[in-house]
Design a protein around this ligand. Structure first.
Ligand SMILES: Nc1ncnc2c1ncn2[C@@H]1O[C@H](COP(=O)(O)OP(=O)(O)O)[C@@H](O)[C@H]1O
Ligand SMILES: [Mg+2]
Length: 323
């Protein structure tokens, strides 16, 4: 399968700040690569370079085999981009905005207008289409952003945190639309700071930190590496931890860990809900009443702690100290 998006050794500095320090990636056609990292990791810089909006200091980028630095105009014809820094002219209406993007993509006037109407409908913006974009809520702007990225039906999509700021229902709606595009054959580079989003949509994930890749693999591989799901039992006293460790080992097939000071016992699981039911039965039979019991899913923070020994969100001081 051909790679629809390729980056080779991308490097970019902003003054003293090294935003990218040799990032490479490739996305086979028709698949989704999740570029997962905390704020400041270099996600937006990567998208802007591949979208031809920013020149790298070093390295190369290709979209459908077209060099984005050497042939930006040509590359742009294959691209739909929804980036955080897209300037949306708030005085245009939603309809005008989409029509404009269509015209910029050299769709004829009629085609641009019919695409604008179609997409406003698709993204539940038909009513709002005749209103100025500056009156839109954040969620509506996000949907309009994505609609704009889809106007010219591009085969390659570069999306920078498309669900940032959306409520849970808005996120699910956006995930649906993206899944639909991919099933229709689109190739997607999806930047996100949310592990569950990458898990949901990506075929492969690259975890980046400070402008370089620190881990990669399928969502399953990554979750396995960082412990994925685990069952956690908090007890009222330390004495019961031993018995619960034995029970948890039987339910989860070993690997239970006791944190005696916290009266906590935990173990990795694969089908958590089933294991949880079994565990509750056995605890009940043993006459043990836990203070708390539940399934814990690894977050991006857990992943970073595991991969880098540091939490994911850099402090301002750290950001400034970085060179
Ligand atoms: N225009 C800019 N000027 C100076 N520093 C920048 C600029 N844009 C980004 N940076 C810095 O580059 C690093 C990577 O930023 P960015 O690509 O926006 O990361 P992300 O999108 O993952 O949050 C950060 O340290 C950020 O502060
Ligand atoms: Mg960003």
């Amino acid at each position: 399968m051909a790679d629809a998006i390729v980056a080779e050794g991308l490097a970019k500095r902003y003054g003293q700040v090294k935003a990218l320090a040799g990032l490479s990636l490739s996305v086979p056609q028709g698949t989704v690569l999740g570029l997962l990292g905390p704020t400041g990791a270099g996600k937006t810089t990567t998208v802007r370079i591949l979208a031809t909006l920013l020149r790298p200091d070093q390295g190369r980028g290709f979209v459908n085999g077209i060099d984005v630095v050497a042939e930006p105009e040509h590359a742009r014809r294959h691209l739909g981009v929804s980036a955080q820094q897209t300037a949306v002219d708030g005085f245009l209406t939603g309809f005008e905005q989409l029509e404009l993007v269509g015209r910029l993509h050299r769709l004829g006037r009629r085609r641009a207008r019919s695409r604008a109407e179609e997409l406003l409908e698709r993204f539940h913006l038909a009513e709002a289409g005749s209103r100025a974009v500056r009156t839109y809520s954040l969620a509506m702007r996000r949907r309009l952003d994505l609609a704009a990225a889809l106007v010219a039906a591009p085969p390659v999509l570069l999306l920078d945190e498309p669900t940032l700021g959306l409520d849970p229902r808005g996120r699910l709606g956006m995930w649906d639309v993206l899944g639909e595009r991919v099933r229709a054959g689109c190739t997607l580079l999806l930047c996100t700071a949310q592990l569950d989003e990458a898990d949901q949509l990506a075929d492969e994930i690259i975890v980046i930190d400070r402008g370089r890749a620190i881990a990669g693999g399928t969502p399953e591989e990554l979750k396995r590496r960082i412990g994925g799901e685990r069952i956690q039992v908090v007890l009222g006293n330390r004495a019961e931890t031993q018995v619960v460790e034995d029970i948890l080992n039987r339910v989860c097939g070993g690997q239970a860990v006791v944190l005696p000071d916290q009266h906590l016992v935990q173990a990795p699981v694969t089908s958590g809900a089933q294991a949880l039911i079994e565990l509750v039965r056995r605890l009940d039979a043993a006459g043990i009443e836990p203070v708390d019991i539940g399934i814990h899913r690894a977050s991006l923070d857990d992943m970073f702690l595991k991969l880098t020994g540091q939490t994911a969100t850099p402090t301002v001081a750290e950001e400034e100290a970085r060179t």
